[in-house]
Write a protein that binds this ligand. Structure first.
Ligand code: MGD
Ligand code: SF4
Length: 728
């Protein structure tokens, strides 16, 4: 792409405009006459993990606009509001600016500014002491995002296998396990959903549009525009529900009952794809037998969805096969049976013949690139077995965060004495903040690598400030869309303040730990060039275009000469899972009843807003202008009975007596009377975040209890009940 093309693109790209960027515009000095011509630099977004292609417009060394890269399949020329709001992150005056060491007690955050040399020397010295006393394995890493690559590498080189990411147990882990058990692979990240060709889209708690994943939202809008029937199953009338023909306001925690009754009816009425099931699956008879008891009449009692609607929607789903997308979800950390609920989604998808078919879940591109590691050197074998997967037989490679918390608290099977927290806000991501705080007090060292002084960072002994994604190189991203591709992240501007890229921090710490051999490159660009050479990619083209596609790899659907290979023990789609059976779990999902709230109590449910990602954007000047705080959704009849007024402040108190910060009430018909809904991530307790400090209520503070799915270690966070108190 030439500069001229970029100019055209920048003019043509629509996307969502970010209003009220007053803080940012003043930093940029907009209005002044530019002295140089604008430059257009392609890179990859990290405002969430969809990782869209971005084109940054830079004037006089300042980023003035971000747009979607039309070559990149995740952005298709557009960004979401958060993507545009990346400028707000870059120029947020609350950013971490230098390395810091806490001079007070842990959590007092009495930080003194130090040099990189002092901070890294301090951390390396502590790490060596902890290793000598407890072993390298007693240093654990809680991590999220691109930075994970470098710190997992560093810690493994040091001798610790103990890392965990919230993206497994607190997010999409249960779905991954369910699809791996059934199909031999997960549905991908981004998910391989062929929404643009779906005739029926079924969203079970997936609030597309509020949960803004760029290309998925674009495809959803296209499908709606083309007249797809949308069925939304949600206790709340979500934005997606407003586009739906059917809204099923399900009683929370009963989704598996609905799914099993749909499966039963589709089998009974022979609406499944017989040929597909015979050719590609095993275990049909066992499933048919097992789901017989789950009649629509039974499901009505569990779900509170009228039987007529259950039957009607099942028939629509069955009759439109295979062009039906039962959305497999993403944040699936709901209850103790997360894997079995997602298994039901996977089984239903197979019965409809929708895996590998237009409008369903497309096949992953077969193209593979040879792995290129940060170094060729093998990691030393850990002296003690890893604790990061707990005792969950299907826990994924990303680890289970609560296993690390538990071992830190109990010192079993051995003590954990240091945490690195890189790119994750441990106070907002993990449930039961009391456990997290107690575990933190047991540590000899807590190091945070972050860009912003969020809650978790305030607990750290040493804070290492990373520069933002707009100021750094990162490892290449492989994109498994319909066709395979590779995307680059490169600096758009030089790092501000005394901040450094994650790879640099890991390498410098590695040097001080005697691990230079694990970082055999000078700059990260050297590594990326070598990687491109191994992959046969033209580095300069990648730098220029931001994204390289391999169109020949595009074979998304099953055809006579494109047959799927299922990496399951039977080589087929396992409707009945022998693997689960052998490990002591139900081979076909069975319904589990979960407790419901008592009179006067409400189930706390939570979700996302399109302009924020978890807690990480709540202080972003551009995005904060769009949504400064969350509100508590309360059903209108409940509010009337309690004499509550729209917009007044209330406090939520959970079953363990934990009180939330004050939060405005939103009185609405759009939620069931037995639930209260909050957008996740608000109410930071960090005073260094001037905009976000104590704005709204923190859902995580109220999630003092959680269930654990014994198959995967996936967490059930929707098991807390709250009551309403007026603010005093
Ligand atoms: P955030 O709260 O956004 O989410 O968990 P987290 O990823 O921990 O915290 C991110 C932290 O990373 C912030 O401190 C931010 O400044 C920092 N950060 C962001 N980008 C970078 C970067 O490029 N470099 C560095 N060094 N730091 C960076 C999310 C997790 O939370 C997930 S994945 C899910 S799906 C769950 N969602 C969820 C929920 O919906 N409700 C409840 N109650 N809990 C949840 N927990 C899970
Ligand atoms: Fe960035 Fe939005 Fe894309 Fe996420 S969906 S990567 S925030 S543009």
């Amino acid at each position: 792409i030439t500069r001229r093309d970029f100019l055209k693109i920048a003019a043509a790209t629509g996307g969502v405009a970010v209003a009220g960027t007053s803080v940012v515009t003043s930093v940029l000095g907009l209005g002044k006459k530019p002295v140089s011509l604008p430059q257009y630099v392609p890179t990859t977004c990290e405002m969430c993990f969809w990782r869209c292609g971005v084109i940054a417009k830079v004037v006089d060394g300042k980023v003035v606009k971000l747009d979607g890269n039309p070559l990149h399949p995740n952005s298709r020329g557009k960004l979401c509001a958060r993507g545009h709001g990346g400028i707000g992150l870059l120029y947020d005056s609350d950013r971490l600016k230098t390395p810091l060491i806490n001079t007070g007690k842990r959590g007092e955050a009495k930080f003194k500014k130090v040099s990189w040399d002092e901070a890294l020397g301090f951390v390396a010295d502590k790490m060596q002491k902890i290793k000598a006393q407890y072993g390298a394995e007693s240093i654990a890493l809680l991590t999220h995002g691109t930075i994970s690559t470098y710190f997992m590498h560093l810690l493994q080189a040091f001798g610790s296998p103990n890392f965990a990411m919230p993206s497994f147990a607190l997010c999409r882990g249960a779905r991954g396990v369910a699809f791996e058990v059934t199909y031999g692979e997960d549905v991908g990240n981004p998910e391989r959903l062929d929404i643009q060709n779906s005739k029926v889209v079924v969203l079970i708690g997936s609030h597309l549009g509020e949960n803004a994943h760029n290309s998925q939202c674009q495809e959803f809008a296209e499908a709606v525009g083309e007249g797809a029937t949308v069925i939304v199953v949600d206790p709340r009338f979500s934005t997606a529900a407003s586009k739906a023909k059917y809204w099923l306001p399900i009683k929370p925690a009963t989704d598996l009952a609905l799914l099993l009754s749909w499966i039963n009816l589709i089998i009974q009425e022979e609406l499944y794809d017989k040929e597909y099931v015979a050719k590609y699956t095993v275990g049909f008879n066992e499933v048919a037998q097992a789901v017989k008891e789950y009649t629509p009449e039974w499901a009505e009692k569990e779900t509170e969805i009228p039987v007529s609607l259950i039957v009607q929607t099942a028939r629509i789903i069955g009759k439109n096969k295979p062009h039906v997308l039962i959305h497999p979800g993403r944040h699936t950390a709901w209850y103790s049976d997360n894997v079995q609920r997602q298994r039901a989604v996977a089984i239903l998808t197979a019965l409809l013949g929708a895996y590998g078919r237009p409008g369903g879940i497309y096949l992953s591109p077969k193209k593979k690139l040879e792995p290129v590691f940060l170094s060729e050197k093998d990691y030393p074998a850990p002296q003690k077995p890893a604790i990061n997967k707990g005792n969950y037989p299907f826990a994924g490679e990303e680890g289970v965060t609560h296993a690390i918390v538990k071992s830190t608290l109990t010192e079993q099977p051995y003590p954990i004495k240091a945490w690195f927290i890189t790119g994750t806000n441990i106070m907002k991501a993990m449930p039961n903040q009391r456990d997290t705080l107690q575990a933190v007090q047991k540590l000899d060292l807590l190091v945070a690598v972050d860009m912003m002084p969020y809650d978790g960072v305030m607990l750290a002994d040493v804070v290492l400030p990373e520069c933002t994604y707009l100021e750094r190189h990162d490892d290449l991203f492989t994109v498994k869309e319909r066709a395979f591709g590779v995307s680059i992240r490169q600096p758009v501007v030089q790092p501000m303040y005394d901040t450094k890229p994650g790879w640099w921090i890991a390498k410098e710490l590695g040097k001080r730990l005697g691990l230079e051999e694990y970082f055999p490159w000078n700059t990260f660009e050297d590594f990326l060039k070598m990687k491109c050479q191994t992959w046969g990619i033209d580095y300069s083209e990648l730098v220029k275009n931001g994204y390289i596609s391999f169109p020949e790899s595009e074979k998304p659907y099953i055809t006579a000469d494109n047959q799927p290979k299922f990496k399951t023990p039977s080589g087929k789609i396992e409707l009945y899972s022998k693997e689960l059976k052998e490990k002591g779990f139900d081979p076909v999902p069975k319904y589990t009843k979960h407790p419901q709230p008592a009179e006067g109590w409400f189930r706390l449910i939570y979700g996302r807003a399109p302009v924020h990602t978890f807690s990480r954007t709540t202080n972003n000047p551009s995005l904060w202008e769009l949504m400064k705080e969350n509100v508590a959704w309360v059903n209108a009849k409940v509010a009337k009975k309690m004499g509550l007024k729209n917009g007044e402040y209330i406090i939520l108190i959970n079953q363990d007596g934990v009180k939330s910060n004050k939060v405005r009430i939103k009185i609405t018909e759009r939620i069931r009377p037995d639930c209260i809904y909050l957008v996740h991530g608000f109410s930071t307790t960090s005073k260094l975040l001037h905009r976000a400090y104590l704005r709204g209520a923190d859902d995580q503070q109220l999630i003092t209890r959680y269930d654990i799915d014994p198959i995967s270690g996936s967490v059930g966070m929707r098991v807390n009940f709250v009551k309403i108190a007026k603010e005093v």
